[in-house]
Design a protein around this ligand. Structure first.
Ligand code: SF4
Length: 64
């Protein structure tokens, strides 16, 4: 599984993804989400997909 935020400048800064899966998403100093683990373990799939579904900007891309 590969995860990215694209395009990153469309992040709304609400922090939903970092709440859902802090092992993969963190908020940076400017309040925008960044991916800190772009190839997470399968055990995190549910949390990552949940973050992607809940992202209001629809910019969390999950690929196999
Ligand atoms: S859920 Fe989407 S809009 Fe919200 S912080 Fe994460 S990437 Fe940004």
């Amino acid at each position: 599984m590969k995860v990215r935020i694209d395009p990153p400048d469309e992040c709304m800064g609400d922090g939903i993804c970092a709440d859902e899966c802090p092992q993969v998403f963190e908020m940076d100093d400017e309040g925008l989400a960044v991916v800190v683990n772009g190839e997470p373990d399968e055990s995190l799939r549910e949390a990552v997909e949940s973050a992607a579904e809940e992202c209001p900007a629809e910019i969390i891309i999950v690929e196999d």
